[in-house]
Design a protein around this ligand. Structure first.
Ligand code: MF3
Ligand code: CO
Ligand code: CO
Length: 256
């Protein structure tokens, strides 16, 4: 980590990422409307796969990694931090929170974005956690500018999350993304302002803070993917793919 090459994208490549980002935002908006008590996470997955295929695109998660991720999107409910696997057996119920993470591949480029949705009416704690997590994402994005440092992002996120009484997940990070799903640099959601590699115009990466109600530590289920909080308390996440521009930042997965 840290020593690998960070690719700077050309204007043409950023245009490709813009298109992929828009498709990802549309897809997330589409499947987000399905979230309600009684629906299974597999039904949401299957609609995401159908929508993506219908447009001639591919779902990056399907078959990704080791063991191969078995579904087209990640659905992470309540104490699941990330990489939840959609299942017919998982039926959403009133009061749950669910992160849906989509990554369509459009003309070779990956658009990676996620949001946490409420199933019906959330508990006060769930509502606060989700609102703080979304604000963490936007504070992280606001810390991005050419000439700044990667540590500026995590510092902004950590300061706010901890002031609100929550913890920042350490073991999963944002990442460079383009034709490759997960590329350097790593973008921690904690850290120190002024530390880390310099941010340069043309860098494209995700910011995807995972914020927990209790401990930031996690367990992985025997499926090899599902990451959940060690104390089984709630976790929320929001993700955008962004580009560092000449004068600041562009959110590539922002819904139009
Ligand atoms: N979209 C996730 C991320 O934000 C990665 C999912 S990998 C998968 O990086 F294989 F679990 F889908
Ligand atoms: Co993602
Ligand atoms: Co990502």
């Amino acid at each position: 980590m840290g020593s690998e090459q960070i690719t700077l994208l050309s204007q043409r490549e950023i245009e490709g990422m813009r298109r992929a980002g828009q498709v990802a935002a549309e897809l997330l908006n589409h499947v987000g409307k399905m979230v309600k008590p009684g629906i299974s996470t597999l039904e949401i997955n299957d609609e995401a796969e159908r929508w993506t295929k219908e447009r001639g695109f591919k779902s990056a998660p399907l078959g990704y990694g080791k063991p191969p991720f078995p579904k087209s999107i990640c659905t992470s409910v309540n104490e699941v931090i990330c990489h939840g696997i959609p299942s017919a057996k998982q039926i959403l119920k009133e009061g749950d929170i669910i992160n849906i993470d989509v990554t369509p591949i459009v003309d070779g480029y990956h658009g990676d974005t996620s949001r946490t949705f409420f199933v019906g009416t959330p508990s006060p704690t769930a509502k606060k956690l989700v609102e703080v997590t979304e604000e963490c994402l936007y504070r992280g994005i606001a810390a991005v500018k050419p000439g700044g440092r990667i540590g500026d992002i995590g510092a902004a996120i950590q300061k706010y999350a901890e002031a609100e009484g929550f913890s920042v997940v350490r073991d999963f990070v944002g990442h460079g993304v383009s034709r490759v799903f997960h590329a350097p640099p790593q973008i921690p959601h904690y850290g120190r302002q002024g530390k880390g590699k310099r941010l340069r115009s043309g860098m494209v990466f995700t910011i995807e803070p995972m914020i927990n109600e209790g401990t930031w530590k996690h367990d992985i289920l025997s499926d090899g993917w599902t990451a959940l909080t060690k104390d089984r308390k709630l976790s929320a996440q929001f993700e955008h793919t962004i580009a560092v521009t000449v004068d600041g930042v562009e959110i590539l997965t922002k819904p139009q």
